[in-house]
Design a binder for this molecule. Structure first.
Ligand SMILES: Cc1cc2nc3c(=O)[nH]c(=O)nc-3n(C[C@H](O)[C@H](O)[C@H](O)COP(=O)(O)OP(=O)(O)OC[C@H]3O[C@@H](n4cnc5c(N)ncnc54)[C@H](O)[C@@H]3O)c2cc1C
Length: 437
């Protein structure tokens, strides 16, 4: 997230700009409540941002924009109970490092750790997991400022259970989160086994790979048969981290510096992309290492891109991937970024993309200046034909009319929003699109 000289707010990908009437950095829940009361007196909407890593204009506002930087502390860690309470704007890397130092870890997470805790969870940020779901599933309690300026807490076992089920993935529509309590578990080790595999083998072994591994995902290089599979499983140790050299070579040089250069080359000379993708998928070598979970799950992402990601019912995964492959054969697009496939078990959060069904995630990326419109539109059509749900923080064209049919608890969420925020203090254009006016 950046602000330019004219005061405009811009997201990480650079595809969303906002011009808020005023920007504030509250330092406590009480100061957030004051900002909400002041905004109401001025007739302005309010949004709080995370670190601007959403590709949708979900955080945008022309009213009052609250920065997360003043609310970034770790409030308490109870190692015995396995509970950590952090302020909403705490970046995930700070949380992970603190938990690690206390002999604890989150169970599962996405592939980067620069988002804030509230920003990541409000859009349903997820990794891949056979048994463990998104970050929001790991929330044990929330502290929120509501549209009337009151500060409330909610958890699974209090009378506001509906609020808890709705607000963990709340899109910032029900209240401003000021603190989050997450469940953590005793620190464990993960062994990462990364291995190139041909498309036909991955597809035929999907049921086995997703059930025999705790965390399975794969990247498929479009215009080629090459895939990179990743299997992360708990291990009794000992820790065998990547050497500094291998970490630099794979995660900095090949995944960022060289990949950035090949993306620039592909942007200037798209005809080269199929050759580059085939070469890249062949050049990948297998590696195995064992390390703390956050060091295995996350890695730096320095090449900017735009992304669309859909959650589809798990049973449709192989079929929709086959349709995407056929589509890419028919069209003359040149896609330099791999397509990423992950899984998650069903959960019961009202607007979680895995709500009520075992899910598979399929993510489509393009280099940030490259055109995405046709590629995203036509792959989106394949996803929506099976009732796919778009990631709330990633590009899509769905509106409330479609989403109502995709989420069994959609109307409950909207009704709760009507009750808590009838004047749409937390409204913005994105929420009008996805939730209705
Ligand atoms: C390089 C990259 C890698 C990514 N990897 C993954 C991944 O592995 N898995 C995945 O699922 N997603 C991934 N994403 C998407 C990203 O995790 C989500 O879009 C996430 O919401 C971004 O968090 P943020 O802190 O940047 O929040 P922002 O994008 O700034 O905000 C997200 C939403 O949360 C709201 N919000 C923020 N703070 C508060 C608050 N205190 N109270 C109420 N509402 C609030 C905002 O208003 C907005 O609606 C990735 C994105 C990028 C750019």
């Amino acid at each position: 997230m950046t602000r330019d000289n004219a005061g405009a707010w811009r997201n990480w990908a650079g595809n969303v700009t906002a011009r808020p009437a005023r920007v504030r950095t509250p330092r406590s829940a009480a100061e957030v409540a004051d900002e909400v009361t002041r905004a109401a007196a001025d007739g302005l909407p309010v949004r709080m941002t995370g670190s601007g890593h959403s590709f949708t204009p979900t955080a945008s506002t022309d009213g009052v924009l609250l920065n997360p930087g003043g609310l970034a502390a770790i409030r308490s860690v109870d190692a015995e109970a396995g509970l950590v309470t952090v302020e909403a704007g705490c970046p995930l890397h700070r949380l992970n490092a603190e938990l690690h130092a206390r002999g604890l870890s989150l169970t599962n997470m996405g592939d980067i750790q620069v988002q804030t805790v509230a920003g990541a969870t409000q859009t349903g940020t997820h990794g891949t997991g056979r048994d463990s779901g998104s970050m929001a599933v790991q929330i044990a309690g929330l502290e929120l400022v509501l549209a009337d300026g009151s500060i409330v807490t909610c958890s699974a076992d209090d009378p506001r259970a509906g609020l808890f089920d709705a607000a963990r993935v709340g899109l910032g529509a029900l209240g401003l989160v000021t603190a989050v309590t997450l469940r953590a578990e005793p620190l464990f080790l993960l062994t990462a086994r990364e291995e190139p595999m041909r498309w036909s083998e991955v597809i035929s072994r999907l049921p086995e790979l997703t059930t025999e591994n705790e965390h399975f995902e794969f990247f498929w290089f479009p215009h080629s048969d090459g895939c990179l599979t990743k299997r992360n499983n708990r291990s009794a140790g000992p820790a065998r981290p990547l050497s500094r050299w291998r970490h630099w070579l794979d995660d900095e040089f090949l995944s960022n510096s060289l990949f950035g250069a090949t993306c620039r080359l592909g942007y200037l000379a798209p005809a080269a992309i199929p050759t580059v993708n085939s070469a890249a998928s062949r050049a990948l070598s297998a590696r195995t290492y064992t390390d703390a979970p956050y060091k295995v799950f996350t890695s730096p992402r320095r090449v900017r891109f735009k992304e669309q990601e859909y959650a589809v019912p798990r049973e449709h995964l192989a079929d929709v991937l086959g349709q995407v492959r056929d589509l890419l054969r028919r069209r003359d697009w040149r896609i330099s970024f791999p397509i990423e496939v992950r899984v998650a078990p069903a959960d019961d959060l009202w607007l979680s993309t895995a709500s009520g069904r075992d899910s598979a995630y399929i993510a489509f990326h393009v280099y940030h200046p490259a055109p995405h419109e046709e590629y995203f539109r036509e792959t989106e059509a394949i996803m929506t034909a099976v009732g796919g749900r778009p990631h709330w923080g990633k590009m899509h064209t769905r509106d409330a009319g479609y989403l109502r049919g995709a989420y069994p608890r959609f109307d409950d969420f909207v009704a709760l929003r009507d009750k808590l925020d009838p004047e749409r203090r937390f409204g913005n254009d994105y929420l009008r699109q996805v939730l209705g006016s």
